[in-house]
Ligand binder design. Structure first.
Ligand code: GLN
Length: 286
């Protein structure tokens, strides 16, 4: 008997949201049907090639592979990003960082804000900012060449051609690769690896398949903040602003680290789930 969308969804043991996302991807890829076909054409027979690929994706998802890697993309803020196992999958909670940065820049009245995204991964934060702040000058760095390649491809796909990319371990590669005047920023943002070594979350869900370089510092989860906060001041304009995402239980420690490096106006911000997720601060006047 011919197999159709309705039967596949009825029979699949996958989570229904995941099954629908995977199948919508396949009907777009193989048949170029729109998403609405998931309902409007759900009793039409599907071609063999699609069914074979469905069987493969269903198996991979059942084994735990993230949906975003299987379909190769993920929506973030108001953009869509290509993702692959070399980059962290953008998370909805990270949208808070983007929103706070946009708010800050809009209220600062800066016409051409200079923004640095440290550890950009897929480019999610930097590219969402570039998309929503058309006059911003955005520089994205990552230590991983594989991540940078994906981020650059995302910039091309989104037509954000003025965003700069640089391979660098935090600030290490900046001054050697860019003119000094391009190494001062109004805002520095980062979603660094913050999961402590041995944390059980690393063995759960999507995290098992994501690059450990993007997830953990193999230490106490705070090493990136120590490095970034200590090294940032010369790269921040006098009224420069810094925002970082952190783990669900790290707000106090991250704010403390900002304090130890003499940042001012230190603030903690809650995400939509009510979790303290972002710390922000200004550079101390020198
Ligand atoms: N937000 C990721 C998670 O806990 C961790 C990413 C990171 O360390 N920046 O699922």
């Amino acid at each position: 008997m011919a197999i159709n969308i309705r039967e596949i969804l009825f029979q699949s043991t996958l989570d229904k949201v995941d099954a629908k996302a995977l199948l919508a991807h396949l009907i777009n890829k193989h048949l170029n049907w729109p998403k609405s076909a998931m309902i409007s054409r759900d009793t039409e027979a599907l071609p063999k090639a699609l069914l074979e690929e469905w069987a493969l994706l269903e198996k991979q998802r059942a084994e735990g592979q993230p949906v975003a890697y299987l379909i190769g993309k993920k929506g973030f803020f108001n953009i869509e990003l290509k993702v692959a196992p070399g980059v962290l999958i953008p998370r909805p909670e990270t949208e808070l960082l983007v929103e706070l940065t946009i708010d800050h820049i809009q209220s600062s009245g800066k016409k051409t804000p200079r923004i640095l995204d440290l550890g950009t991964g897929s480019g999610a934060i930097g590219l969402a900012l570039a998309k929503n702040l058309p006059n911003a000058q955005v520089t994205c760095v990552d230590v991983s060449a594989e991540a940078l390649q994906i981020a650059q491809e995302n910039a091309r796909l989104l037509n954000l051609n003025s965003v700069k990319f640089l391979q660098s371990n935090w600030f290490d590669g900046l001054t050697t690769n860019l003119p000094a005047e391009d190494c001062v920023f109004d805002v520095i943002v980062s979603n660094p690896p913050y999961i402590p070594a041995g944390d059980h979350h690393l063995l759960m869900g999507d995290l098992r398949f994501e690059p450990s370089l993007a997830l953990t510092d193999d230490h106490d989860g705070l090493m990136a903040y120590r490095a970034i906060f200590k090294e940032s001041p010369p790269y921040l304009a006098a009224d420069g602003f810094i925002l970082v995402e952190h783990g669900f239980d790290q707000s106090k420690q991250v704010c403390q680290l900002l304090q130890e490096q003499n940042y001012i106006n230190i603030k903690a911000h809650q995400d939509l789930a009510g979790i303290w997720r972002v710390a922000s601060a200004n550079r101390a006047a020198s």
